[in-house]
Ligand binder design. Structure first.
Ligand SMILES: CCCCC/C=C\C/C=C\CCC/C=C/C(=O)SCCNC(=O)CCNC(=O)[C@H](O)C(C)(C)COP(=O)(O)OP(=O)(O)OC[C@H]1O[C@@H](n2cnc3c(N)ncnc32)[C@H](O)[C@@H]1OP(=O)(O)O
Length: 303
């Protein structure tokens, strides 16, 4: 609860839509850069750890919530707090998001947060999902997803919010918005985020069929930007980051805002209604039944 209270306070202070402005980090004299004797810092919470290299201004966020980095309320809360801290540190210009777990980037939203829960819990959970999306999609930092494992549904959404996606070329990994396979529906802002990346028609078909793509297929439709062997993932992410950071920050940030603001505005203007929609949808008996069947299928597949 303390974490959630901390997050609420931080969010109230910073707002969600940090627009690039004359006070953006570009060109600022940065106290932490000047004063820091230590070039690297590390912060760790139970589900996230962050390595920040002050010499490059790039942080690497490692998701480390076994077994599958599912996006539970606690995970999302820690994630948003870490993100907010980096966003407020003007010496941090870039963020690489990756997983510390083998085989899985993120299994998406934690199904157990949506199954058998009260409407109030579901509402609190959904607000945290919205917040993660808003913070990432409107971040002033350059964001790179280093996708080192499967990344279905909410995991795919998290990747899609980044500026650039690099995935390990392993055909056993998959990525996509597979919600319909669970008997649920990707909300409009998941759909918008994917359509902004791969276009309307591909999104329509992908969402309707709940498609999960191999890395090679994902590259072909533009769902990821690059595929690389596992051992080259982080060096490629660093190279991509350097390329994006070489662009004048104010120009890059204004361009990002110009491209993403209509989508962000649409979501923020419907935020409350979206929570109500989610709660009334997910608590329906038929939807709860679909989630139960899906959870059983996951367990059977394992056995
Ligand atoms: C017009 C009206 C519209 C209204 C619309 C309004 C609102 C919208 C409504 C709803 C929107 C919801 C959006 C939902 C988004 C999501 O992200 S849903 C989650 C989707 N995720 C998945 O389908 C992934 C499922 N998992 C897997 O496929 C695999 O686990 C894997 C990620 C590929 C990893 O495989 P593997 O390494 O083999 O691990 P296991 O399968 O053995 O799993 C280990 C344990 O983890 C549990 N688990 C897996 N995924 C999840 C998850 N997402 N949540 C919770 N738990 C998960 C799995 O059951 C195993 O548990 P046990 O060890 O057996 O206890």
């Amino acid at each position: 609860m303390a974490l959630r209270a901390a997050l609420r306070t931080k969010c109230a202070l910073s707002g969600f839509l940090s627009q690039p402005s004359s006070s953006s980090r570009h060109g600022r004299v940065c106290a932490s850069t000047v004063l820091a004797a230590q070039q690297r810092s590390n912060s760790t919470s139970s589900k996230i750890s962050v390595d920040f290299d002050q010499s490059t201004g790039v942080a690497v966020m490692h998701m480390k919530s076994p077994p599958v980095n599912s996006l539970s309320l606690d995970f999302l809360t820690e994630f948003c707090i870490s993100l907010e801290k980096l966003e407020m540190d003007k010496s941090c210009r870039g963020l690489i998001i990756t997983s510390s777990l083998p085989k899985v980037f993120s299994a998406g939203l934690d199904i157990l947060e949506m199954y058998g829960k009260s409407p109030e819990s579901c509402g609190e959970f959904w607000k945290a999902v919205q917040e993660m999306w808003l913070k990432l999609y409107s971040s002033n930092m350059v964001t790179v997803a280093a996708i080192n494992g499967s990344s279905p549904a909410g995991g795919c959404l998290m990747s899609l919010t980044c500026d650039y996606r690099i995935m390990v070329d392993n055909p056993r990994y998959s990525i996509g918005l597979n919600e319909t396979q669970l008997g649920i529906v990707a909300p409009f802002w998941f759909k918008d985020t994917m359509a902004n990346t791969v276009g309307h028609r591909i999104t329509e078909m992908a969402l309707a069929l709940g498609m999960l793509y191999s890395p090679a297929e994902a590259l072909k439709i533009g769902l990821v930007d690059q595929i690389v062997p596992e051992e080259k993932l982080m060096s490629t992410a660093e190279q991509a980051m350097a390329k994006w950071l070489a662009i004048p920050a104010h120009a890059r940030q204004l361009t990002k805002s110009m491209m993403r603001k209509p989508t962000v505005d649409r979501m923020t203007s419907k935020r409350e209604a979206d929570v109500q929609n989610f709660v009334s949808f997910i608590t329906k008996d038929a939807i709860q039944n679909s989630l139960r069947v899906y959870l059983e299928m996951l367990k059977k597949r394992k056995a």
